[in-house]
Design a protein around this ligand. Structure first.
Ligand code: FAD
Ligand code: SF4
Length: 480
Protein backbone atom coordinates (compact mmCIF):
# COMPACT_ATOMS: atom_id res chain seq x y z
CA UNK A 1 0.00 0.00 0.00
CA UNK A 2 1.15 3.47 -0.88
CA UNK A 3 1.97 6.12 1.71
CA UNK A 4 0.75 9.71 1.30
CA UNK A 5 4.12 10.64 -0.20
CA UNK A 6 4.01 7.70 -2.63
CA UNK A 7 0.57 8.85 -3.70
CA UNK A 8 1.70 12.46 -4.22
CA UNK A 9 4.61 11.23 -6.36
CA UNK A 10 2.36 8.94 -8.39
CA UNK A 11 -0.18 11.66 -9.13
CA UNK A 12 2.57 14.08 -10.10
CA UNK A 13 3.95 11.53 -12.57
CA UNK A 14 0.66 11.60 -14.52
CA UNK A 15 1.49 15.15 -15.69
CA UNK A 16 -2.15 16.20 -15.84
CA UNK A 17 -3.06 19.66 -17.09
CA UNK A 18 -6.14 21.76 -16.38
CA UNK A 19 -7.67 25.09 -17.27
CA UNK A 20 -7.50 27.06 -14.04
CA UNK A 21 -8.75 30.64 -13.90
CA UNK A 22 -8.03 31.40 -17.52
CA UNK A 23 -4.76 29.55 -17.87
CA UNK A 24 -3.85 26.08 -19.06
CA UNK A 25 -1.78 24.82 -16.18
CA UNK A 26 0.56 21.88 -15.66
CA UNK A 27 2.60 21.08 -12.54
CA UNK A 28 -0.63 20.86 -10.60
CA UNK A 29 1.08 19.59 -7.45
CA UNK A 30 2.73 22.96 -7.10
CA UNK A 31 -0.42 24.97 -7.76
CA UNK A 32 -1.79 26.77 -4.70
CA UNK A 33 -5.41 25.93 -5.51
CA UNK A 34 -4.71 22.23 -6.12
CA UNK A 35 -2.12 21.41 -3.47
CA UNK A 36 -4.49 21.46 -0.44
CA UNK A 37 -6.83 19.02 -2.19
CA UNK A 38 -3.95 16.62 -2.83
CA UNK A 39 -2.94 16.82 0.82
CA UNK A 40 -6.47 15.75 1.78
CA UNK A 41 -6.29 12.69 -0.48
CA UNK A 42 -2.80 11.87 0.84
CA UNK A 43 -4.29 11.52 4.33
CA UNK A 44 -6.40 8.59 3.06
CA UNK A 45 -3.12 6.83 2.29
CA UNK A 46 -1.30 7.75 5.48
CA UNK A 47 -4.21 6.40 7.50
CA UNK A 48 -3.22 2.88 6.40
CA UNK A 49 0.28 3.36 7.83
CA UNK A 50 -0.55 5.21 11.04
CA UNK A 51 -0.36 2.84 14.03
CA UNK A 52 -3.56 4.29 15.51
CA UNK A 53 -5.70 3.90 12.39
CA UNK A 54 -4.11 1.06 10.39
CA UNK A 55 -6.59 -1.49 11.71
CA UNK A 56 -9.48 0.61 10.41
CA UNK A 57 -7.90 1.42 7.04
CA UNK A 58 -6.36 -2.00 6.22
CA UNK A 59 -8.51 -4.90 5.11
CA UNK A 60 -8.11 -8.16 3.22
CA UNK A 61 -9.30 -8.00 -0.38
CA UNK A 62 -11.75 -10.66 -1.56
CA UNK A 63 -10.22 -10.35 -5.04
CA UNK A 64 -6.46 -10.70 -4.54
CA UNK A 65 -6.44 -11.83 -0.89
CA UNK A 66 -3.83 -9.18 -0.11
CA UNK A 67 -4.16 -6.41 2.46
CA UNK A 68 -5.50 -3.32 0.71
CA UNK A 69 -6.55 0.19 1.67
CA UNK A 70 -10.24 0.21 2.67
CA UNK A 71 -10.75 3.06 0.19
CA UNK A 72 -10.51 0.38 -2.56
CA UNK A 73 -12.35 -2.41 -0.76
CA UNK A 74 -15.42 -4.34 -1.92
CA UNK A 75 -17.43 -4.65 1.30
CA UNK A 76 -17.60 -8.25 2.51
CA UNK A 77 -19.84 -7.78 5.56
CA UNK A 78 -21.96 -5.24 7.40
CA UNK A 79 -18.90 -4.67 9.62
CA UNK A 80 -17.05 -3.52 6.50
CA UNK A 81 -19.84 -1.05 5.76
CA UNK A 82 -19.74 0.27 9.33
CA UNK A 83 -15.96 0.57 9.26
CA UNK A 84 -16.13 2.53 6.03
CA UNK A 85 -18.34 5.14 7.75
CA UNK A 86 -16.02 5.26 10.78
CA UNK A 87 -13.01 5.74 8.53
CA UNK A 88 -14.76 8.57 6.68
CA UNK A 89 -15.65 10.31 9.94
CA UNK A 90 -12.00 10.07 10.99
CA UNK A 91 -10.84 11.62 7.69
CA UNK A 92 -13.53 14.30 7.94
CA UNK A 93 -12.44 15.64 11.30
CA UNK A 94 -8.74 15.38 10.40
CA UNK A 95 -9.10 17.37 7.17
CA UNK A 96 -12.27 19.46 7.80
CA UNK A 97 -13.02 19.08 4.08
CA UNK A 98 -13.90 16.60 1.34
CA UNK A 99 -11.02 14.11 1.01
CA UNK A 100 -12.35 12.99 -2.38
CA UNK A 101 -11.54 9.30 -2.43
CA UNK A 102 -14.96 7.77 -1.69
CA UNK A 103 -16.74 8.35 -5.00
CA UNK A 104 -14.67 5.72 -6.83
CA UNK A 105 -15.06 3.29 -3.92
CA UNK A 106 -18.84 3.69 -4.05
CA UNK A 107 -18.88 3.35 -7.84
CA UNK A 108 -16.81 0.14 -7.65
CA UNK A 109 -19.14 -1.53 -5.17
CA UNK A 110 -22.17 -0.60 -7.28
CA UNK A 111 -20.57 -1.78 -10.55
CA UNK A 112 -19.39 -5.05 -8.97
CA UNK A 113 -22.91 -6.19 -8.08
CA UNK A 114 -24.65 -4.67 -11.14
CA UNK A 115 -22.32 -6.33 -13.67
CA UNK A 116 -22.85 -9.71 -11.97
CA UNK A 117 -26.61 -9.46 -12.36
CA UNK A 118 -26.40 -7.99 -15.86
CA UNK A 119 -24.22 -10.90 -17.04
CA UNK A 120 -26.71 -13.35 -15.49
CA UNK A 121 -29.55 -11.86 -17.54
CA UNK A 122 -27.84 -10.86 -20.77
CA UNK A 123 -24.82 -13.21 -20.96
CA UNK A 124 -22.47 -10.20 -21.10
CA UNK A 125 -18.80 -10.49 -20.01
CA UNK A 126 -18.71 -7.44 -17.72
CA UNK A 127 -18.31 -8.89 -14.23
CA UNK A 128 -15.06 -10.78 -14.82
CA UNK A 129 -13.68 -7.74 -16.66
CA UNK A 130 -14.51 -5.56 -13.71
CA UNK A 131 -12.97 -8.04 -11.25
CA UNK A 132 -9.72 -8.00 -13.25
CA UNK A 133 -9.74 -4.21 -13.47
CA UNK A 134 -10.50 -3.66 -9.80
CA UNK A 135 -7.87 -6.20 -8.67
CA UNK A 136 -5.33 -4.02 -10.48
CA UNK A 137 -6.75 -0.87 -8.84
CA UNK A 138 -6.43 -2.47 -5.40
CA UNK A 139 -2.91 -3.75 -5.97
CA UNK A 140 -1.75 -0.39 -7.35
CA UNK A 141 -3.69 1.41 -4.57
CA UNK A 142 -5.18 3.98 -6.94
CA UNK A 143 -7.60 6.89 -6.58
CA UNK A 144 -10.59 6.47 -8.89
CA UNK A 145 -13.00 9.27 -9.77
CA UNK A 146 -16.68 8.29 -9.89
CA UNK A 147 -18.10 10.16 -12.88
CA UNK A 148 -21.90 10.05 -12.96
CA UNK A 149 -23.34 13.56 -13.33
CA UNK A 150 -23.97 14.69 -16.90
CA UNK A 151 -24.65 18.36 -17.74
CA UNK A 152 -28.26 17.28 -18.56
CA UNK A 153 -29.18 20.40 -20.54
CA UNK A 154 -32.94 20.94 -20.50
CA UNK A 155 -34.08 18.99 -17.42
CA UNK A 156 -37.54 18.59 -18.93
CA UNK A 157 -36.20 16.54 -21.86
CA UNK A 158 -34.79 13.04 -22.23
CA UNK A 159 -31.16 12.53 -23.39
CA UNK A 160 -32.18 11.67 -26.94
CA UNK A 161 -34.43 14.77 -27.17
CA UNK A 162 -31.78 17.33 -26.14
CA UNK A 163 -30.78 19.98 -28.70
CA UNK A 164 -27.21 18.64 -28.33
CA UNK A 165 -26.93 14.84 -27.79
CA UNK A 166 -23.60 15.30 -25.96
CA UNK A 167 -25.37 16.95 -23.01
CA UNK A 168 -25.53 13.39 -21.73
CA UNK A 169 -22.26 11.51 -22.20
CA UNK A 170 -22.75 8.85 -24.89
CA UNK A 171 -21.14 6.32 -27.17
CA UNK A 172 -20.56 8.28 -30.36
CA UNK A 173 -18.82 5.66 -32.41
CA UNK A 174 -18.20 1.91 -32.30
CA UNK A 175 -14.87 0.61 -33.56
CA UNK A 176 -13.40 -2.86 -33.50
CA UNK A 177 -11.93 -3.36 -30.04
CA UNK A 178 -13.81 -0.56 -28.28
CA UNK A 179 -16.02 2.52 -28.34
CA UNK A 180 -15.54 6.29 -28.60
CA UNK A 181 -17.33 8.33 -25.93
CA UNK A 182 -18.26 12.00 -26.13
CA UNK A 183 -19.76 14.37 -23.58
CA UNK A 184 -18.92 15.81 -20.19
CA UNK A 185 -19.23 15.09 -16.48
CA UNK A 186 -19.73 18.07 -14.19
CA UNK A 187 -18.77 18.66 -10.53
CA UNK A 188 -16.17 15.86 -10.50
CA UNK A 189 -14.81 15.53 -6.96
CA UNK A 190 -11.07 14.99 -6.83
CA UNK A 191 -10.85 14.34 -10.57
CA UNK A 192 -7.36 15.83 -10.98
CA UNK A 193 -6.16 13.91 -7.94
CA UNK A 194 -7.27 10.60 -9.45
CA UNK A 195 -5.42 8.00 -11.49
CA UNK A 196 -8.54 6.53 -13.08
CA UNK A 197 -12.13 7.49 -13.95
CA UNK A 198 -15.16 5.24 -13.68
CA UNK A 199 -17.78 6.64 -16.06
CA UNK A 200 -21.40 5.74 -15.27
CA UNK A 201 -24.78 6.71 -16.75
CA UNK A 202 -26.46 9.56 -14.92
CA UNK A 203 -29.95 8.03 -14.70
CA UNK A 204 -32.16 5.12 -15.78
CA UNK A 205 -32.16 5.02 -19.57
CA UNK A 206 -35.13 3.98 -21.73
CA UNK A 207 -35.47 2.12 -25.05
CA UNK A 208 -33.86 4.26 -27.74
CA UNK A 209 -31.29 5.59 -25.23
CA UNK A 210 -28.87 2.64 -25.41
CA UNK A 211 -25.96 4.86 -26.47
CA UNK A 212 -26.24 6.79 -23.20
CA UNK A 213 -26.17 3.61 -21.08
CA UNK A 214 -22.38 3.38 -20.91
CA UNK A 215 -20.22 2.41 -17.95
CA UNK A 216 -16.46 2.17 -18.47
CA UNK A 217 -13.03 3.04 -17.07
CA UNK A 218 -10.42 5.37 -18.56
CA UNK A 219 -7.13 6.69 -17.16
CA UNK A 220 -7.23 10.38 -16.21
CA UNK A 221 -4.39 11.09 -18.65
CA UNK A 222 -6.27 9.67 -21.66
CA UNK A 223 -6.12 11.55 -24.94
CA UNK A 224 -9.18 13.74 -25.53
CA UNK A 225 -9.98 14.52 -21.87
CA UNK A 226 -10.01 18.20 -20.87
CA UNK A 227 -10.24 19.53 -17.32
CA UNK A 228 -11.70 22.89 -16.29
CA UNK A 229 -11.17 23.65 -12.61
CA UNK A 230 -14.16 24.59 -10.43
CA UNK A 231 -14.06 27.82 -8.42
CA UNK A 232 -14.88 27.80 -4.75
CA UNK A 233 -15.86 30.81 -2.62
CA UNK A 234 -12.75 32.72 -1.48
CA UNK A 235 -10.52 30.20 -3.25
CA UNK A 236 -7.84 32.75 -4.17
CA UNK A 237 -7.08 33.18 -0.48
CA UNK A 238 -5.11 29.94 -1.00
CA UNK A 239 -2.79 31.93 -3.28
CA UNK A 240 -2.17 34.77 -0.82
CA UNK A 241 1.08 35.27 1.01
CA UNK A 242 -0.58 35.21 4.44
CA UNK A 243 -2.06 31.74 5.00
CA UNK A 244 -4.16 32.83 7.97
CA UNK A 245 -7.13 33.95 5.85
CA UNK A 246 -7.46 30.51 4.22
CA UNK A 247 -9.27 29.25 7.30
CA UNK A 248 -8.20 25.66 6.63
CA UNK A 249 -4.42 26.03 6.35
CA UNK A 250 -3.58 22.55 5.04
CA UNK A 251 -6.50 20.82 3.34
CA UNK A 252 -9.24 21.56 0.79
CA UNK A 253 -11.60 19.98 -1.71
CA UNK A 254 -11.62 19.93 -5.50
CA UNK A 255 -14.35 19.75 -8.18
CA UNK A 256 -13.62 19.73 -11.89
CA UNK A 257 -15.68 20.03 -15.08
CA UNK A 258 -14.45 17.18 -17.25
CA UNK A 259 -14.90 17.03 -21.01
CA UNK A 260 -14.57 13.77 -22.93
CA UNK A 261 -13.84 14.80 -26.50
CA UNK A 262 -13.95 11.58 -28.54
CA UNK A 263 -12.16 9.41 -25.99
CA UNK A 264 -11.45 5.81 -27.04
CA UNK A 265 -12.32 3.10 -24.50
CA UNK A 266 -10.96 -0.40 -25.16
CA UNK A 267 -13.33 -3.33 -24.81
CA UNK A 268 -11.70 -4.67 -21.63
CA UNK A 269 -12.62 -1.44 -19.82
CA UNK A 270 -16.33 -1.49 -20.75
CA UNK A 271 -18.71 -2.66 -17.98
CA UNK A 272 -22.08 -1.69 -19.52
CA UNK A 273 -22.90 -0.77 -23.09
CA UNK A 274 -26.56 -0.42 -23.92
CA UNK A 275 -28.10 -2.61 -21.21
CA UNK A 276 -30.67 0.06 -20.31
CA UNK A 277 -32.48 -2.21 -17.83
CA UNK A 278 -29.39 -2.10 -15.56
CA UNK A 279 -28.61 1.61 -15.89
CA UNK A 280 -31.16 2.63 -13.23
CA UNK A 281 -30.00 -0.16 -10.90
CA UNK A 282 -26.41 1.05 -11.16
CA UNK A 283 -27.40 4.67 -10.47
CA UNK A 284 -29.56 3.68 -7.50
CA UNK A 285 -26.82 1.54 -5.92
CA UNK A 286 -24.04 4.05 -6.44
CA UNK A 287 -26.19 6.88 -5.08
CA UNK A 288 -27.13 4.85 -2.02
CA UNK A 289 -23.50 3.99 -1.21
CA UNK A 290 -22.59 7.65 -1.56
CA UNK A 291 -25.54 8.72 0.59
CA UNK A 292 -24.17 6.32 3.25
CA UNK A 293 -20.73 7.93 2.81
CA UNK A 294 -22.10 11.31 3.87
CA UNK A 295 -23.10 9.67 7.17
CA UNK A 296 -19.35 9.55 7.86
CA UNK A 297 -17.56 12.38 6.06
CA UNK A 298 -20.03 15.19 6.76
CA UNK A 299 -20.16 14.09 10.41
CA UNK A 300 -16.37 14.36 10.65
CA UNK A 301 -16.43 17.86 9.15
CA UNK A 302 -19.33 18.62 11.53
CA UNK A 303 -17.08 17.51 14.41
CA UNK A 304 -14.51 20.08 13.28
CA UNK A 305 -17.19 22.80 13.13
CA UNK A 306 -18.52 21.89 16.56
CA UNK A 307 -14.98 21.92 18.01
CA UNK A 308 -14.27 25.31 16.46
CA UNK A 309 -17.59 26.70 17.73
CA UNK A 310 -16.94 25.53 21.29
CA UNK A 311 -13.43 26.95 21.10
CA UNK A 312 -14.53 30.38 19.87
CA UNK A 313 -17.24 30.49 22.53
CA UNK A 314 -14.64 30.00 25.24
CA UNK A 315 -12.23 32.47 23.57
CA UNK A 316 -15.07 35.01 23.49
CA UNK A 317 -15.71 34.43 27.19
CA UNK A 318 -19.19 32.93 26.76
CA UNK A 319 -18.31 29.22 26.87
CA UNK A 320 -20.16 28.77 30.17
CA UNK A 321 -23.38 30.55 29.17
CA UNK A 322 -26.31 28.16 29.27
CA UNK A 323 -27.77 29.11 25.85
CA UNK A 324 -24.33 28.68 24.24
CA UNK A 325 -23.90 25.25 25.83
CA UNK A 326 -27.39 24.36 24.64
CA UNK A 327 -26.60 25.43 21.08
CA UNK A 328 -23.48 23.28 21.07
CA UNK A 329 -25.50 20.34 22.40
CA UNK A 330 -27.97 20.95 19.57
CA UNK A 331 -25.11 20.85 17.06
CA UNK A 332 -23.86 17.59 18.54
CA UNK A 333 -27.37 16.12 18.49
CA UNK A 334 -27.83 16.94 14.80
CA UNK A 335 -24.38 15.67 13.90
CA UNK A 336 -24.80 12.40 15.78
CA UNK A 337 -28.23 11.93 14.18
CA UNK A 338 -26.53 11.92 10.78
CA UNK A 339 -23.92 9.48 12.09
CA UNK A 340 -26.65 7.21 13.50
CA UNK A 341 -28.18 7.01 10.03
CA UNK A 342 -24.77 6.25 8.49
CA UNK A 343 -24.19 3.45 10.97
CA UNK A 344 -27.77 2.15 10.76
CA UNK A 345 -27.84 1.86 6.95
CA UNK A 346 -24.51 0.03 7.17
CA UNK A 347 -25.41 -2.35 10.02
CA UNK A 348 -28.63 -3.37 8.26
CA UNK A 349 -27.00 -3.78 4.85
CA UNK A 350 -27.37 -7.00 2.88
CA UNK A 351 -25.27 -9.27 0.73
CA UNK A 352 -25.81 -8.92 -3.04
CA UNK A 353 -25.90 -11.95 -5.39
CA UNK A 354 -22.34 -10.98 -6.43
CA UNK A 355 -21.15 -11.41 -2.83
CA UNK A 356 -20.36 -7.84 -1.76
CA UNK A 357 -22.55 -5.95 0.68
CA UNK A 358 -25.10 -3.28 -0.19
CA UNK A 359 -26.31 -0.64 2.27
CA UNK A 360 -29.92 -0.54 3.42
CA UNK A 361 -31.38 1.64 0.65
CA UNK A 362 -34.15 3.20 2.73
CA UNK A 363 -31.89 4.22 5.62
CA UNK A 364 -29.09 5.45 3.33
CA UNK A 365 -31.59 7.81 1.73
CA UNK A 366 -32.89 8.95 5.12
CA UNK A 367 -29.24 9.61 6.03
CA UNK A 368 -28.64 11.80 2.99
CA UNK A 369 -31.96 13.64 3.31
CA UNK A 370 -30.89 14.64 6.84
CA UNK A 371 -27.55 15.74 5.38
CA UNK A 372 -29.39 18.14 3.05
CA UNK A 373 -30.65 19.94 6.17
CA UNK A 374 -28.60 19.43 9.32
CA UNK A 375 -25.22 20.86 8.23
CA UNK A 376 -27.08 24.08 7.31
CA UNK A 377 -28.50 24.21 10.83
CA UNK A 378 -25.06 23.48 12.30
CA UNK A 379 -23.69 26.34 10.18
CA UNK A 380 -26.46 28.66 11.44
CA UNK A 381 -25.71 27.81 15.06
CA UNK A 382 -21.95 28.22 14.54
CA UNK A 383 -22.58 31.65 12.97
CA UNK A 384 -24.76 32.64 15.92
CA UNK A 385 -22.14 31.61 18.49
CA UNK A 386 -19.12 33.00 16.59
CA UNK A 387 -20.43 36.58 16.31
CA UNK A 388 -20.40 39.12 13.48
CA UNK A 389 -16.62 39.18 13.17
CA UNK A 390 -17.12 36.02 11.11
CA UNK A 391 -18.08 38.29 8.23
CA UNK A 392 -16.15 41.49 8.90
CA UNK A 393 -12.65 40.60 10.14
CA UNK A 394 -9.66 42.54 8.72
CA UNK A 395 -7.23 40.62 6.54
CA UNK A 396 -4.13 38.87 7.81
CA UNK A 397 -2.06 41.32 5.77
CA UNK A 398 -3.25 44.18 7.98
CA UNK A 399 -1.94 42.42 11.07
CA UNK A 400 1.61 43.22 10.06
CA UNK A 401 0.83 46.85 9.17
CA UNK A 402 2.46 49.29 11.55
CA UNK A 403 -0.72 51.30 12.13
CA UNK A 404 -3.51 48.77 11.64
CA UNK A 405 -1.76 45.81 13.27
CA UNK A 406 -1.67 47.14 16.84
CA UNK A 407 -5.30 48.32 16.56
CA UNK A 408 -6.39 44.88 15.39
CA UNK A 409 -4.55 43.21 18.27
CA UNK A 410 -6.00 45.72 20.76
CA UNK A 411 -9.62 45.63 19.56
CA UNK A 412 -9.94 41.98 18.63
CA UNK A 413 -8.73 40.87 22.05
CA UNK A 414 -11.41 39.00 23.98
CA UNK A 415 -10.96 36.59 26.89
CA UNK A 416 -7.61 37.46 28.60
CA UNK A 417 -6.26 33.88 28.21
CA UNK A 418 -6.87 33.91 24.45
CA UNK A 419 -4.30 35.04 21.89
CA UNK A 420 -5.75 37.37 19.22
CA UNK A 421 -4.19 35.50 16.31
CA UNK A 422 -5.53 32.20 17.65
CA UNK A 423 -8.98 33.76 17.83
CA UNK A 424 -8.67 34.88 14.21
CA UNK A 425 -7.58 31.36 13.21
CA UNK A 426 -10.67 29.79 14.76
CA UNK A 427 -13.01 32.39 13.26
CA UNK A 428 -11.44 31.88 9.83
CA UNK A 429 -11.96 28.10 10.04
CA UNK A 430 -15.63 28.62 10.88
CA UNK A 431 -15.91 31.16 8.06
CA UNK A 432 -14.26 28.66 5.70
CA UNK A 433 -16.91 26.04 6.51
CA UNK A 434 -20.02 28.20 6.56
CA UNK A 435 -19.25 30.74 3.81
CA UNK A 436 -15.81 30.08 2.29
CA UNK A 437 -14.09 27.41 0.22
CA UNK A 438 -15.02 24.69 2.73
CA UNK A 439 -18.74 25.45 2.38
CA UNK A 440 -18.68 23.89 -1.09
CA UNK A 441 -18.00 20.52 0.52
CA UNK A 442 -19.87 21.08 3.77
CA UNK A 443 -23.04 22.81 2.53
CA UNK A 444 -23.54 22.83 -1.25
CA UNK A 445 -22.30 19.26 -1.59
CA UNK A 446 -24.51 18.24 1.34
CA UNK A 447 -27.48 19.51 -0.65
CA UNK A 448 -26.60 18.26 -4.15
CA UNK A 449 -23.82 15.69 -3.91
CA UNK A 450 -25.19 12.14 -4.40
CA UNK A 451 -28.38 13.76 -5.69
CA UNK A 452 -30.66 16.62 -4.58
CA UNK A 453 -33.29 16.13 -1.81
CA UNK A 454 -36.06 15.15 -4.24
CA UNK A 455 -34.03 12.12 -5.33
CA UNK A 456 -33.92 10.89 -1.74
CA UNK A 457 -37.63 11.55 -1.21
CA UNK A 458 -38.46 9.46 -4.29
CA UNK A 459 -36.29 6.58 -3.01
CA UNK A 460 -37.75 6.83 0.50
CA UNK A 461 -41.27 6.70 -0.96
CA UNK A 462 -40.31 3.64 -3.01
CA UNK A 463 -38.50 1.75 -0.27
CA UNK A 464 -40.80 2.40 2.69
CA UNK A 465 -43.37 -0.38 2.05
CA UNK A 466 -46.35 1.90 2.56
CA UNK A 467 -48.71 -0.86 1.42
CA UNK A 468 -47.35 -3.12 4.18
CA UNK A 469 -48.11 -0.46 6.77
CA UNK A 470 -51.66 -0.02 5.43
CA UNK A 471 -52.19 -3.79 5.56
CA UNK A 472 -51.02 -3.87 9.18
CA UNK A 473 -53.44 -1.12 10.16
CA UNK A 474 -56.29 -2.86 8.35
CA UNK A 475 -55.46 -6.03 10.27
CA UNK A 476 -55.43 -4.16 13.56
CA UNK A 477 -58.80 -2.54 12.88
CA UNK A 478 -60.36 -5.59 11.22
CA UNK A 479 -60.91 -3.79 7.91
CA UNK A 480 -61.31 -5.94 4.78
C1 FAD B 1 -19.59 19.76 -4.43
C2 FAD B 1 -20.19 18.74 -5.33
C3 FAD B 1 -19.48 17.58 -5.61
C4 FAD B 1 -20.00 16.63 -6.49
N1 FAD B 1 -19.25 15.53 -6.80
C5 FAD B 1 -19.69 14.69 -7.78
C6 FAD B 1 -18.87 13.61 -8.23
O1 FAD B 1 -17.77 13.40 -7.73
N2 FAD B 1 -19.33 12.82 -9.22
C7 FAD B 1 -20.53 13.02 -9.81
O2 FAD B 1 -20.87 12.28 -10.72
N3 FAD B 1 -21.34 14.03 -9.41
C8 FAD B 1 -20.95 14.87 -8.42
N4 FAD B 1 -21.76 15.91 -8.00
C9 FAD B 1 -23.00 16.14 -8.73
C10 FAD B 1 -24.29 15.92 -7.97
O3 FAD B 1 -24.62 14.57 -7.92
C11 FAD B 1 -25.35 16.78 -8.69
O4 FAD B 1 -25.05 18.13 -8.42
C12 FAD B 1 -26.75 16.45 -8.27
O5 FAD B 1 -27.12 15.17 -8.73
C13 FAD B 1 -27.75 17.49 -8.80
O6 FAD B 1 -27.63 17.62 -10.18
P1 FAD B 1 -27.50 19.08 -10.80
O7 FAD B 1 -26.38 19.77 -10.10
O8 FAD B 1 -27.41 18.92 -12.27
O9 FAD B 1 -28.81 19.83 -10.38
P2 FAD B 1 -30.23 19.72 -11.10
O10 FAD B 1 -30.45 18.31 -11.55
O11 FAD B 1 -30.38 20.78 -12.10
O12 FAD B 1 -31.19 20.00 -9.86
C14 FAD B 1 -31.59 21.31 -9.45
C15 FAD B 1 -33.03 21.23 -8.95
O13 FAD B 1 -33.89 20.88 -10.03
C16 FAD B 1 -34.67 19.74 -9.68
N5 FAD B 1 -34.82 18.94 -10.92
C17 FAD B 1 -33.84 18.45 -11.70
N6 FAD B 1 -34.36 17.77 -12.74
C18 FAD B 1 -35.69 17.84 -12.59
C19 FAD B 1 -36.79 17.33 -13.36
N7 FAD B 1 -36.59 16.61 -14.47
N8 FAD B 1 -38.03 17.58 -12.90
C20 FAD B 1 -38.24 18.29 -11.78
N9 FAD B 1 -37.24 18.80 -11.02
C21 FAD B 1 -35.99 18.57 -11.43
C22 FAD B 1 -33.86 19.01 -8.61
O14 FAD B 1 -34.69 18.22 -7.77
C23 FAD B 1 -33.24 20.19 -7.86
O15 FAD B 1 -34.12 20.68 -6.91
C24 FAD B 1 -21.27 16.84 -7.08
C25 FAD B 1 -22.00 17.99 -6.77
C26 FAD B 1 -21.48 18.93 -5.91
C27 FAD B 1 -22.27 20.18 -5.63
S1 SF4 C 1 -18.21 14.27 -0.20
FE1 SF4 C 1 -17.63 12.94 1.48
S2 SF4 C 1 -18.08 10.92 0.71
FE2 SF4 C 1 -17.99 12.24 -1.10
S3 SF4 C 1 -15.82 12.09 -1.72
FE3 SF4 C 1 -15.99 13.88 -0.39
S4 SF4 C 1 -15.40 13.08 1.59
FE4 SF4 C 1 -15.90 11.33 0.36
Amino acid sequence: MKTGDDYLASIKSLDLEAHIMGEKTGHLSEHGLVRPSQQAVALTYDGAHDRDTAELFCVESNLCRETVNRFTHLHQSTDDLVNKVKMQRYCGIKTACCFQRCVGLDAANAIFSTTFECDGKHGTPYHQRFRDYWTWVQQEDLVVDGAMTDPKGDRGKRPKDQADPDLYLRVKERRSGGVVINGAKLHQTGMLNSHEILVMPTMAMRPGEEDWAICCAVPTNSEGIHYIYGRQASDTRKLEEFGLDMGNPVFGGQEVMTVFDNVFVPEERIFMDGEIDFSGILVERFASYHRQSYGGCKVGVGDALIGATALIASMNGVGGASHIRDKIVEMIHLNETIYSCGIACSATGEQTPAGNYQVNLLLANVCKLNVTRFPYELARLATDVAGGLLGTMPSAADLSDQVAGPYIRKYLAASPEGDVVDRIKVLRLIENLVAGAGSVGYLIESMHGAGPPMAQRIMIGRQADLEGKITQVKGLLDIE
